[in-house]
Design a protein around this ligand. Structure first.
Ligand code: ZN
Length: 131
């Protein structure tokens, strides 16, 4: 298993980790297979979406804020229930096909680590399988 360390700098942000995962695939020497990416945190997540227009990322984060407002009567005493809910909506793992030694993503797709309760130092686990 590979581990990618992601240092986030603000409360909520999306960080493109496509290149970092592709570097791990290149290092493995595997040309065809699958890559499992896992986020072992309860207030962070993973998603794939557009990185060409940075407004798409802003709209996603703003949309999540509108869906899950901060000023609700949450029960969790830590005070970060919105981040926990957003994490469950986004999900904590994804599997992407490896072809030609790289992640097979759509033209406009990138893989994002989503910080929802930062800033923190986070981990992303990567398992690369040949096949
Ligand atoms: Zn909490």
């Amino acid at each position: 298993m590979e581990e990618i360390i992601v240092k986030t700098s603000i409360k909520i942000e999306m960080i493109d980790i496509t290149g970092e995962v592709n570097r791990r695939i290149k290092k493995s020497g595997i040309r065809e297979g699958i890559c499992l990416i896992y986020c072992p945190h309860t207030t962070a997540g993973l998603t794939m979406n557009e990185n060409a227009d940075p407004n798409v990322v802003r709209d996603i984060l703003n949309g999540l804020d509108r869906l899950i407002p901060e000023d609700q009567p949450y029960l969790h005493a830590e005070g970060n229930s919105p981040a926990h809910i957003k994490s469950s909506i986004l999900g904590c793992s994804t599997t992407i096909i490896i072809s030609g030694g790289t992640l097979s993503l759509g033209t406009w797709q990138s893989l994002f680590f989503c910080e929802l309760d930062g800033p923190r130092t986070r981990s992303v686990w990567v398992k690369i399988l040949e096949g």
